[in-house]
Design a protein around this ligand. Sequence first.
Ligand code: 6PG
Length: 233
Amino acid sequence: MQTHTFPNVTDAAEACGARVVELLGAAIAARGRASLAISGGSSPKPMYEYFARTEFDWQRVHLFWVDERGVPPTDKQSNFRFASETWLSPAKYPEANIHRVQAELEAKEAALLYADDLTRFFGPATPQFDVMHMGIGPDAHTASLFPGEPMIQNRGGITAAVWVEKFHQFRITVLPGVIAAAKNRVVLVAGEDKIPALKAVFEGPRDPLKAPAQVIPDDGTEWFLDEAAGKGL
Ligand code: 6PG
């Protein structure tokens, strides 16, 4: 488990952002373009703001989401809206490269359309992102795979619409096979409320149904923690 620890969430998020940019640059150098999948939540805000002020050739980066809440893109819960306000609009991100989940639609249809978009971009094999950014919740969820979600055991699928009882909300999420297929993963975790989740993931018994972030493979993954989250390790 490759971990980097920083004094606070901003330092951790900006270091995570710098690593994402470095990995994207290598992918562009090798193949002329790169693919990035981002997660939502609040921790990534300083990372998105870092991207917005970084002079980078976003024309060569196709942007996708790891997951999206089952709400319209104008809703304040929307991961797309959050990234747009903090990064995509200020950076004038090329619209043609933004692969938004159409979460304003019925969730199952949105998941199918998103899988179609992924297949159009990556081809018939499992989508393999150059870089995937993940977060984890205090309950050790990642993406929108929450404890007890049967889709955690689905290794062959690409996307799913899942009902999240605790939020009384549908979400659209990529599935574990897509998470594992990514060439590089960065996981940004901040706040002492994440200590139990990190302990469950790093030190607990292997049980992804209870600690869904255990679907994140060790190889190819770098964890960016603030001291508050990392102090329990
Ligand atoms: C979401 C995310 C989710 C997030 C974690 C951490 O849509 O909420 O994709 O998996 O990464 O909940 O969120 P915080 O960064 O807000 O703690």
